[in-house]
Unconditional design. Structure first.
Length: 252
């Protein structure tokens, strides 16, 4: 069995309030890339997870991966292998996408997804959707011309805690999310205060039709009119910043 854990991006993310329990009420448009981590599994007597790939070491100290939690919730014993291709703590929903891939593989539903994390229901769908509440109230949407749009993901190589970014949000409600192209990411300023390199990434994506930070960062995305424009931008950025992570992909 094999599933792609599609990388999640937030085309726009408006933070509307900080709730009494410490969580935040948001409005967002989720979209998903054609690429991501790759999860495979085979039947086994017990439950296990081997992590491989370029970002495997970032998960070495994790006590209980969400993939294992998903399988445990469904009462399944499997030997999983996770090819970790996405950076960790990067605003791409990596752990949530991995858990969602396990749920799709095992036939799990939205009820289990909601218990595993706020982004897991959207990642389970892995299609364009509007998210409200904590991001866990999902409404699929069709946005004309979005599917197949060439996209470049860029990360400066610095992990960024989601909790730290939300804590640094200034608490100002800047209004509801209407059209995503005219929207914004209300966490971008807070994230830049913690990781100033994010501003450099946004500047490096100049020339994209839209360039924004995804989620709580530090990954940013650029949308392009053609693959040639995207690939030229990737070559330019890779030459100037060889230590940055780049992914040339498209929207599902």
């Amino acid at each position: 069995m094999k599933e792609i854990a599609y990388a999640k991006i937030n085309l726009a993310l408006h933070v509307r309030s900080r709730e009494a329990d410490g969580y935040h009420r948001i409005e967002t448009v989720f979209a998903f890339c054609e690429d991501g981590d790759v999860l495979s599994a085979s039947e086994a007597d017990g439950l296990s997870l081997e992590v491989t790939g370029p970002f495997a070491t970032a998960l070495a100290g994790e006590p209980d991966n969400l993939v294992l939690q998903a399988a445990r919730a469904l009462g399944r014993n499997l030997a999983f292998t996770l090819d970790k291709r996405l950076p960790v703590a990067a605003g791409l929903g990596g752990g949530s996408a991995d858990a969602a891939a396990a749920l799709r593989m095992l036939g799990g539903g939205a009820d289990v997804a909601a218990r595993l994390g706020a982004d897991v229901p959207a990642c389970l769908l892995s299609r364009t959707a509007r998210g409200t509440g904590r991001g866990d109230v999902i409404e699929p949407v069709e946005i004309a011309g979005l599917r197949g749009t060439p996209m470049l993901l860029v990360n400066p190589g610095i992990p960024l805690s989601t909790a730290a970014v939300f804590k640094a949000w200034d608490g100002v409600d800047r209004g509801p999310l209407g059209d995503w192209e005219e929207g914004r990411n209300d966490l971008q300023v807070a994230a830049i205060a913690l990781v100033p390199e994010i501003a450099e990434v946004i500047d490096a994506l100049a020339g994209a039709r839209i360039a924004r930070m995804s989620g709580s960062g530090a990954t940013c995305f650029g949308l392009y009119a053609s693959e040639a424009e995207r690939d030229a931008a990737a070559a330019r950025i890779a030459a100037a910043r060889p230590g940055w992570w780049l992914c040339q992909t498209g929207l599902r």
